[in-house]
Design a protein around this ligand. Structure first.
Ligand code: GLN
Length: 408
């Protein structure tokens, strides 16, 4: 996974003798997304790189967190999660997806969905196992696979061709990625970075392969409520035969605009949950106790909250996409999540790294280079991702700066 941003220290610069370091960390770099946030701060650029809101979290949730601290819920929660939050998670999976969940035996609350994903992979993978991942992929899945000893097998999502609107995968290519070494498929829907929302027929195709090859589905559904254009989110666990072989990962970060709280969870059948809980216990002991109580309050917000959330993001998408198009980007219109992947070939720069460096330093906008979402950097060399989970005034400030760009 070769990735490079000019300011990053590389392994060659490092002073620590190589024999002090694990071989595993040789195979990936620090997160490019988080590096771009540091660059935005360094150059005073508008940060459309890392996906975190720059607006306030809902007042009711902040109040619930303050109240929990005041009530002295300040010691460890039960390692696999506060009962109030696990109950709320189980209830919500019933309400939104019709999936019945036992909060005592099937839920593990973790430090963000990030920890839920790595704990799950560590709990299910052996060295030599393979994990199927659609690419472009959220950059954590690469290192997550390596750290858990598994080998990622990438299957391409192809960008919409002129006239067609969706990122698509090839059925034969997907089937080809499954074999006797396949342990799991990691699926992120609604998808980061493409904005693709997998349809029922696509999910059925994937579930058929999971059943045929006896493979687990590990689904990252963190953008579940951020949907546009009438798309519907379908949980893999709701499909026939999948409940027993699916780990559903979600969290508070995106739905309640609290990415810094680090509260996420994994829902899985009891034997898999037992394994996830063991890994989670020794990795982190538990997620922040008062924020889990606030999580229970958040998951009890009325349905209008979710409609308003999606509407707010639709407005932001419809604000940023035309500004990017006017500046010369070709946009792949997202159907869900809060990112837009763009094609930068009209600007005539050698690659995405050169482009984002120019953008952050000279134009004053930070974005994520496309290559950080691909195994082979060349595949993303003419793509750049922008996050629009920002105030309209932030998006306007970015648009004003982007207007200075000159497509060739
Ligand atoms: N998921 C967010 C993104 O893709 C934030 C990533 C992170 O830094 N954890 O930008």
């Amino acid at each position: 996974m070769a990735k490079a941003i000019s300011t990053r220290q590389t392994a060659d610069d490092a002073i620590a003798p190589k024999h002090f370091l694990s071989d595993k960390v040789e195979h990936f770099t620090e997160s490019v997304i988080r590096e771009m946030t540091r660059q935005a701060m360094l150059y005073g650029a508008v940060n459309l790189a890392q996906g975190f809101p720059d607006f306030s979290a809902p007042e009711e949730i902040k109040q619930a967190a303050r109240a929990a601290i005041e009530k002295d819920i300040n010691q460890y929660a039960i390692t696999w999660g506060a009962k109030s939050l696990r109950n709320a998670i189980a209830r919500q999976m019933g309400v939104w997806q019709g999936i019945s969940v036992d909060p005592e035996k099937e839920v593990t609350v973790c430090c963000g969905s990030t920890e839920a994903m790595i704990s799950t992979l560590l709990a299910v993978c052996n060295v030599g196992d393979e994990v199927v991942v659609f690419e472009p992929f959220y950059e954590n899945y690469g290192p997550d696979s390596i750290l858990s000893g598994a080998r990622p097998r990438f299957v391409k999502l192809r960008p919409p061709a002129q006239g067609s609107e969706e990122w698509m995968f090839d059925e034969k290519e997907l089937r080809h990625a499954f074999d006797r070494h396949t342990k799991a498929i990691v699926l992120n829907t609604p998808n980061n970075p493409t904005g693709k929302v997998f349809t029922r027929s696509e999910l059925e195709l994937i579930s058929d392969l999971c059943l045929e090859f006896d493979v687990l589905a590990i689904t990252d559904e963190i953008y579940e409520h951020i949907l546009y254009d009438g798309t519907k989110h379908i949980s893999m666990a709701a499909l026939d035969g999948m409940r027993e072989r699916t780990v559903t990962i979600n969290g508070m970060s995106k739905t309640y605009s609290v990415t810094g709280w680090r509260v996420g969870w994994a829902v899985a059948p009891e034997p898999i949950t037992n394994a996830i809980r063991k890994v989670h216990d020794f990795l982190t002991v538990g997620a922040p106790a008062p924020l889990q109580e606030a999580g229970a309050a958040a998951l009890s917000l009325p349905p209008e909250y979710y409609a308003k959330l999606a509407e707010g993001y639709r407005t932001r998408r419809n604000h940023l996409v035309p500004a990017l198009e006017a500046a010369g980007f070709r946009c792949f219109r997202p159907r869900g999540a809060y990112y837009v992947m763009t094609d930068i070939s009209r600007f005539g720069l050698a690659n995405d790294i050169e482009f984002v460096n120019y953008l952050v330093k000279e134009v004053g906008v930070a974005a994520v280079p496309g290559s950080s979402f691909y195994r082979d950097p060349r595949d993303g060399a003419q793509q750049v991702r922008f996050a629009f989970c920002k105030k309209l005034e932030t998006l306007d400030a970015a648009a004003a700066k982007l207007a200075k760009l000159r497509p060739r």
